[in-house]
Design a protein around this ligand. Structure first.
Ligand SMILES: [Zn+2]
Length: 182
């Protein structure tokens, strides 16, 4: 049997961060689940500990023991405290990533809103319009939403018409991304 070399904590966290601390199989994340690294190509089949061969998986999915009691796995007190420490680090890192995501989304929202406000020389924008921009950013890539806003504001439209045009372009992109006929 192939010798299994444990994945270092550093490598594990690199993989977790890349995957957003979300289990590739069931979508679980901290604090509800403890994350592990699963080998895409199994070690027995020659898979390495290279991050390209690793994917984030919750303990239940990785060990094929859905619903297993997390505390039932470590066998010694020392193992248990190491695991607890890492579990806390995972929860902290997960929330940090969520906060960064929120900041980024907010920045993106204002970048799109700025295009609209600059076009009309406004220094404010309706709350409902901001909410629409945010909603589209949740469904599309930033550059797609920005592009839609540039299309909407490139014409000699009124504010209302420009924003409607922007929304129309976004919905078309969403339907196209979903593979619907447009
Ligand atoms: Zn899972």
């Amino acid at each position: 049997m192939t010798e299994r070399i444990p994945v270092s904590k550093r490598t594990r966290f690199e993989v977790f961060k890349r995957d957003g601390f979300v289990c590739a199989y069931c979508g679980a994340h901290p604090p509800d689940a403890v994350m592990e690294c699963d080998h895409v190509i199994p070690v027995v089949a020659g898979g390495t500990n290279d991050i390209d061969n690793l994917v984030t998986a919750c303990m239940a999915c990785n060990r094929g023991k859905a619903g297993v009691e997390l505390s039932s796995i470590p066998s010694t007190v020392a193992e248990k405290s190491i695991e607890l420490e890492e579990r806390e680090a995972q929860v902290r890192a997960y929330y940090e990533i969520q906060a960064q995501k929120k900041d980024r989304l907010e920045q993106e929202m204002w970048s799109v809103a700025d295009v609209f406000m600059e076009r009309f020389g406004d220094d404010s924008i309706q709350r409902t319009r901001l909410a629409s921009i945010q909603m589209f950013l949740g469904k599309l890539e930033f550059f797609e939403v920005l592009e839609a806003m540039e299309l909407g504001t490139n014409r000699k439209y009124s504010r209302g018409a420009a924003f409607s045009y922007f929304c129309g372009v976004c919905w078309r992109k969403i339907r196209r991304n979903n593979g619907e006929d447009i």
